[in-house]
Design a protein around this ligand. Structure first.
Ligand code: GMT
Length: 375
């Protein structure tokens, strides 16, 4: 099949998922055309069946806000026509679903029907999407998609609660390439981070408010009272400075390291002992699933779809949003002895298998084939 994929090309979960999906589809022999405003971060190197079309948004002095959505819809039309695409799969509703609707209508006038699949990822529904500024367009364009998928049952339910959606929303879980994340730790790297064998706690995110990174620092502070430990922060974003300040105020900054945005998450996860995800909401929590695939247990909140991946008491633990005390005790319990940690590690790795790329990609292929009967 010839598949167009539209996503945010950044480190966010939706972009990562869309890129990994495209790469996996290309490996199956499909032709995958990424239509994005810059090269997606996980799309490095040359992959024969992958094509990249950059959306150019010209800046004119007249525009305070260059019309990205218009440029994107035009790039979609152009790519679909010139490369004879079979379908368009857009990740994240805003503004991808409405741009896809526009492209679809333009192509209809030329006698071409292009099926549009919209995958909802989370904040496009729960935070940004339901904001009155965007809501009518989001609801309309989701309803106009030929197929709607959500990355968890929770996100499907949230979408129905927040928008007047008339169509069926299918749930296709996010996935992880289990093989890729099953890495041996690089000893030299582990020694740099934890020279005396301290436990390594990890958090990775875009440091937005929804992640509650202050809770990560507070939990680490409690753990460190009980055992030697280090905290690694991966990623960057608006709340990073606050996390740095808090770790200084709590007197733990010597043991906290901010390593910025990283592409090789598997190497970092390979040295970690525990992943912390303290979010107000996660539709799914792809970062936590990647941790589990690397055999790293997760202590998280029970918000959104996190309970669909993190099994309380088995792959890690969950607690209410903001309940730092409980999450600290849970982290201490997992890390307190090697045997307990190993049990949680094994359970996390085993559970992640359910979400292996090999199990999920066929679900997307089946969905695409509904529209591409010739394949
Ligand atoms: O978490 C973010 O702020 C990034 C966001 C995105 O759109 O990239 O992540 C969302 O999509 C991911 C992939 O489906 C999910 O794993 C995240 O849970 C979801 N984030 C939220 O719901 C807050």
């Amino acid at each position: 099949m010839k598949i167009g994929i539209v996503c945010y090309p950044t480190f966010g979960g939706s972009g990562v998922l869309a890129t990994e999906l495209g790469k996996a589809l290309a490996q199956q022999g499909h032709h995958v055309h990424f239509i994005t405003y810059q090269q997606p971060v996980r799309l490095s190197g040359f992959i024969p069946n992958i094509f990249y079309h950059e959306v150019q948004v010209p800046k004119y002095p007249l525009f305070d806000y260059p019309p990205y959505e218009t440029a994107l819809a035009s790039a979609m039309v152009d790519t679909i026509k010139n490369h004879d695409l079979d379908l368009l799969h857009v990740h994240y509703a805003i503004p991808h679903a409405s741009a896809a609707y526009m492209a679809k209508k333009i192509l209809e006038q030329e006698g071409r029907n292009i099926p549009v699949i919209t995958t909802l990822h989370g904040t496009d529904i729960t935070l940004v999407g339901k904001d009155k500024t965007y809501a009518p367009v989001v609801a309309f364009s989701i309803n106009q998609s030929d197929v709607i998928t959500a990355v968890s049952n929770n996100l499907r339910d949230e979408t129905y609660q927040n928008f007047p959606i008339e169509k069926n929303i299918e749930v296709i879980y996010n996935f992880v390439d289990v093989e890729r994340f099953r890495r041996k730790p690089i000893d030299a790297f582990r020694k740099v981070i934890s020279p005396n064998g301290e436990r390594i706690l990890l958090h990775a995110s875009n440091f937005r408010k929804v992640k509650r990174v202050q809770d990560v620092v507070k939990i680490f502070n409690e753990v460190r009272r009980e055992m030697p430990a280090k905290l690694l922060f991966v990623g960057d974003g608006p709340e990073r400075q606050m996390a740095e300040e808090l770790s200084r105020n709590l007197g733990v900054s010597e043991d906290v390291r901010f390593v910025g945005k990283q592409e090789q998450m598997e190497d970092i996860l390979a040295i970690a002992d525990l992943f912390l995800l303290t979010s107000d909401y996660e539709s799914f929590g792809l970062a936590a699933l990647e941790a589990m695939a690397a055999g790293v247990p997760v202590v998280s909140t029970n918000a959104g779809g996190l309970g669909e991946i993190n099994i309380n008491g088995k792959t890690g633990f969950m607690a209410d949003v903001g309940d730092v005390q409980t999450m600290s005790s849970q982290a201490i319990h997992i890390l307190s002895d090697d045997a307990t940690l190993q049990t949680f590690r094994d359970n996390a790795a085993a559970h992640a298998q359910l979400f292996d790329i090999k199990n999920i990609i066929p679900q997307y292929e089946i969905l695409y084939k509904r529209f591409c009967k010739q394949y």
